[in-house]
Ligand binder design. Structure first.
Ligand code: FMN
Length: 345
């Protein structure tokens, strides 16, 4: 799936969606929705030659879970605004494509319906303003079959016009969130911001659920190191899709530093602005074990439901196989070992 095809998905989503929904999904910290992708574009490759016959293999594992390829779906709220069945469709696509999805705290779909689709999934959590409910919800996700907890540590306060904020959307079902809490539990947290997490949340969530904890939203080697020392099993290098802070470095700028700081003691993943196979290849070659796509999957869901998301995942993976072959490396670990990628300066 080329960059142009992803852009066409975005335009099909724009045609199908109310303007306020489209604008919410597109929003970034500084109005630029191409800045992250442009930074991935700046990665340069040093193709490898004279290594004999090449066998391309995209299969990998993430925290022990086998996936057919390293393109996973990011946890995103408001998927029912893209398609009435939201994450049910996304999970169906992930299962068919052989990959994993993140499920947002703010999903409007019960965990059991997502789990039924058969794709592996990680539950994404914030620290809720009523702290005890954070663990209640994470335990529910674990009981429903989540295989890891994604603890999001970036707090985004997007500056969008009031009518673009999901809480003010006119369509009730589209703005539903937190449905895996009971109505009483939901009322306790309604309208209140999440709490900024400290290092202690990593062990608390791990102990509450018995699952590995992956910290999502790290952009510095020192933070990654502290997270791993506190028990994190994985790190997602992410700017929340350029939604965190205007003027922030891009995810790709932080990736090599985080990989070095973690020193193989945890898995590293990346997201934000990944729009085509060469970006996936860049992330793998810089040490990411797998990546997440966010908005492209959301747009594909709006444009074509689960089949659309599957076409996106399979298309990006097909292109990744070709890019690996063209680069002269068969696998992600070959790409890393060959120092295939030169990060942007
Ligand atoms: C509409 C939307 C909703 C999101 N909701 C969440 C969320 O609930 N929790 C979370 O950790 N990240 C959330 N994210 C961030 C994604 O998980 C991911 O980091 C980001 O979308 C990746 O960048 P990309 O969209 O450029 O691929 C959201 C992103 C978007 C666009």
């Amino acid at each position: 799936m080329s960059r142009g095809e992803v852009a066409r998905l975005r335009e099909r989503a724009r045609e199908r969606l109310p303007a306020h929904v489209f604008e919410y999904v597109r929003a970034t910290a500084d109005g630029s929705d191409e800045a992250e992708a442009a930074r991935w574009d700046e990665v340069r490759f040093r193709p490898v030659s004279l290594r004999g016959a090449l066998e391309v293999d995209t299969r990998t594992t993430v925290l022990g879970t086998r996936i057919a390829h390293p393109v996973m779906v990011a946890p995103m709220a408001q998927q029912v605004a893209a398609h009435l069945d939201g994450e049910v469709e996304t999970a169906r696509a992930a299962a068919a494509s052989g990959t994993l999805l993140g499920v947002s705290t703010n999903t409007a779909i019960p965990f059991a319906r997502i789990a039924e689709q058969g794709a592996p999934w990680w539950f994404q959590t914030y620290v809720l303003p009523e702290r005890d409910l954070t663990y209640v919800l994470a335990e529910r996700a674990a009981a429903a079959g989540a295989s890891a907890i994604l603890l999001t540590v970036e707090l985004t306060a997007l500056r969008v016009p009031p009518h673009v904020e999901p809480t003010s959307w006119p369509d009730g079902p589209a703005r539903a969130r937190l449905v895996n809490l009971t109505p009483e539990e939901r009322a306790r947290v309604a309208g209140r911001p999440a709490i900024g997490p400290g290092l202690e949340e990593i062990a608390r969530l791990r102990d509450a659920t018995g699952l590995p904890v992956v910290v999502k939203g790290v952009l510095r080697g020192d933070d990654a190191r502290r997270a791993v020392d506190a028990g994190a099993a994985g790190i997602v290098v992410s700017t929340h899709g350029h939604r965190r802070l205007a003027g922030s470095i891009a995810a790709v700028d932080a990736l090599a530093e985080v990989v070095e700081a973690v020193a193989g003691e945890a898995e590293v993943y990346a997201d934000s602005g990944i729009r085509e196979a060469r970006h996936v290849l860049a992330a793998l070659a810089l040490g990411a074990r797998a990546i997440f796509v966010g908005r492209p999957a959301w747009w594909a869901l709006a444009a074509g439901g689960g089949d659309g998301v599957r076409a996106l995942l399979d298309g990006m993976t097909g292109d990744l196989r070709l890019a690996l072959a063209q680069a002269g490396v068969g696998t992600a670990s070959d790409a890393l070992a060959a120092r295939l990628a030169v990060p942007p300066s």
